[in-house]
Design a protein around this ligand. Sequence first.
Ligand code: SF4
Length: 314
Amino acid sequence: MESTDADLGADPGQSLLSTAGLEADAGAPPASGETDSVVHIPVPPKHLSPSSASVFRQCPQRWKFRYIDRLPDPPGEAALAGTFAHRVLEDLLSLEPQDRTMDRARALATEVWSDMQDDRDFRALELDPDGVRNFKWAAWRAIEGLWDLEDPKTVELIDTETEVSVEIGGVPFIGYIDRVESTADGLVISDYKSGRAPGRRFSSDRLEQVLLYAAAFAELQGTLPARARLLYLGQRIDEAEVTAENIGEVTERLAATWEELLRRSETGEFPADPGPLCGWCAFVRHCPEGLAEVERRHQAGSLRPDAPALAEAV
Ligand code: SF4
C-alpha cells in the first residue's frame, strides 16, 4: 500500500495511514479532522507517487483538492482495514521464515490492533461494537488471505516497506514497496492489495504501480527486478515480467502525467472530470460538477447505493 515508516506507538492520536507513509508525495494531505481550512502548498509538487498520478489522471480537480488545497481526505473503513492487514503482514514477513505462521499473525494482529483502536482516523469511523467486529474480520480475512496465495515461510525476503525516492524518466518519483524478495528467477517486487481484484481486462493497468516501483528500484540499485506482482489477498496474484520495454512504457506515461501536472500548476487550471468515481470522492461537497454527476447516476440507477457521496448529493 503505497505508503514512511514511523513508530506506530509514537503518538496514539496519529493516523496509522500517515505513519505508514501511505501518501508522502506532492505534499501529503492532512489527516482527517486536522483542519477544514484551505492550506496552500508551493507548486509545483516535489514528488509524484503512483497514487498521486492516478488521482490526477482520474480528475485534475480532485488532485487539486487533495494535494494543493489539502482538504481532508480521511481513509474509509476498507482502506483502514487494509492498512491494518498491511502492517500485520509487514511484521509477519520480518520474522524468521519458520515463525511466519497463522498463529503468529494472530498475535501480531492483536498487537497492531492496540494501535489501531486509538488511531484518529479509526475513531472517526465511530463504529459500534458490531461495526468493530466486522472491521476486525475484514482485516483478518485479508491477513489470512496471504496463505491462499503462498506459504509465507517460503518467501526469501530482502526488504519490506522499502522507500524508493529517485528520479525516473525526469520525474521525481516516490513510492513504498511492500515487499522485495529473492526468487530463483531474480528479484520480485510485490504490493499487497486487500480490496477486490479488478476484472481481468483491467489487471495489466493495475500493474503499472508495481512496474514503476521496479523502475525506481532498478534506478536505485542498478538491478532490474525479474517480476512485479500484485498480491490480491485471498484472491489471486497478478504479475508481469519486468522488461526494458514495459518499464519504458510506464515511465513514459508517468512523465507525460508529470508534464501535464506542471503545466496545470502554472496555469492553476484543474478542471473537474466527473465520472463513476465521484460517488466515492471525499470532495464532492466542494464540487458542483461532481454533485450533479452523483445525482444523475443515482437517478439513472447506475450508482451503487453504498456510494458515500450519495449522502451529500441527494
Ligand atoms: S466529485 Fe468527481 S468531478 Fe468533483 S473533484 Fe471529485 S472526482 Fe472530480
